[in-house]
Write a protein that binds this ligand. Structure first.
Ligand code: SAM
Ligand code: SF4
Length: 349
């Protein structure tokens, strides 16, 4: 989607324009960026069909940013106004000692909010150490409560472990705990209502994400189970919903059950794209800065971090330039859409 003010999306032309000298991260459409998603690994213990191929070559250990390098990047980003950080992957809990990274990020001046998105398989073992390290916000991905559909979607078993992980996280004191489900036609019809009931019973906030074209399999718009269909199903079979105040910069639109017993959110990336409010940038596990999930270009932060010189000034310039060059939005509702050459697991969802 091209912004009305954007005459070109050609990165070479865009890069000829330099960001104005400002301490804050603003793009050429005036969107302030304060939200950084960090992938800590591309490895995963599931193989969700909508996210990654079954056969995949993972990065070598030496290609991953170290925790020190990630923390240095976050310090620089925080000096430019980033205050929210989310750790993701691949499966972030497969990165050994992840709680140590949390401990390193918590004291960084300016960082006020640290979250983790996980598939939950390793959560029961790690919940306590993550909580003790200072992590409070937790999103656990769970698309179904049916073991057969879990296996079909993730090509692995593990539903029991995810449920045990959610249970452990709740006992340890995490809150809010959000449950993320990808809404795919043919699956979601069966899973929306049981997931909504389960989350209501357990005090989890349920979020549905419309299926996006960022996995390995062929995506078509008619494979998406749309936000409105989800809301209609829940309103009919679980409890009626009322719109509630949502963070205008967050992708989710939130609803409250009319009996006051919980909330549901929908991330309508396909049916109601929210690029105009986007405030996110991404750091991949191999140290590339991406200004959009669907970006076709990346900036190489790892080379700067490993250059041997003191890289903070150059890193700040790289981050500002990457944000400045951001396009108006993705094009996946149009024929012009070009899929990035990485799938979700190697970008960081
Ligand atoms: N492994 C962790 C997990 O599954 O929560 C973190 C990484 S995963 C890539 C982050 C989020 O992206 C998950 O909630 C996942 O469901 C979502 N996701 C992956 N592929 C997607 C797609 N094609 N469309 C929408 N969401 C997707
Ligand atoms: Fe792994 Fe998460 Fe992708 Fe599923 S969505 S394959 S759990 S990275």
């Amino acid at each position: 989607m091209r912004h009305p003010l954007q005459l070109t999306s050609d990165p070479e032309v865009l890069s000829a324009f330099r960001p104005p000298p400002s301490a804050l991260l603003t793009d050429s459409f005036g969107r302030r960026h304060n939200n950084l998603r960090i992938s800590v690994t591309d490895r995963c213990n599931l193989r969700c069909t909508y996210c990654m191929p079954e056969d995949v070559t993972f990065l070598e250990r030496s290609e991953l940013l170290t925790f020190e390098e990630i923390a240095q990047f976050v310090r620089v980003a925080a000096s430019l106004g980033v205050n929210k950080v989310r750790l993701t992957g691949g499966e972030p809990l497969m990165r050994k000692g992840l709680h140590k990274l949390v401990q390193m990020l918590v004291p960084i001046p300016g960082i006020t909010d640290i979250g983790l998105t996980t598939n939950g398989l390793l959560l029961a073992e790690q919940a306590a150490e993550l909580f003790d390290a200072g992590l409070r916000r937790l999103n656990v991905s769970l698309d179904t409560l049916d073991p057969g559909r879990f296996r079909e979607l993730s090509r692995r078993d593990g539903l029991d472990r995810v449920l045990a992980g959610l249970d452990a996280a709740k006992k340890v004191g995490f809150g809010p705990i959000k449950v993320n489900a990808v809404a795919i036609r043919g699956f979601a019809e069966h899973d929306v209502v049981p997931l909504a009931r389960y989350c209501r019973e357990n005090g989890f906030e349920l979020r549905f994400i419309e299926y996006m074209p960022i996995g390995a399999e062929l995506w078509e718009r008619n494979k998406v189970f749309f936000a409105q269909e989800i809301l209609d199903l829940i309103g009919r079979d679980v409890c009626s919903l009322n719109p509630t105040k949502s963070d205008p910069t967050a992708p989710a639109v939130d609803y409250e059950y009319s009996d006051g017993n919980g909330r549901v959110g929908v991330i309508a990336s396909v049916s109601r794209p929210f690029c105009e409010q986007c405030n996110r940038l991404r750091l991949t596990a191999d140290g590339k800065v991406r200004n959009c999930l669907f970006a076709l270009n990346e900036a190489d932060a790892k080379s700067l971090l490993r250059s041997g010189n003191s890289p903070d000034t150059a890193l700040a310039e790289m981050i500002r330039r990457s944000v400045w060059e951001k396009w108006a939005g993705h094009d996946f509702n149009t024929a012009q859409f070009v899929k990035p050459n990485r799938t979700m697991h190697s970008i960081g969802g």
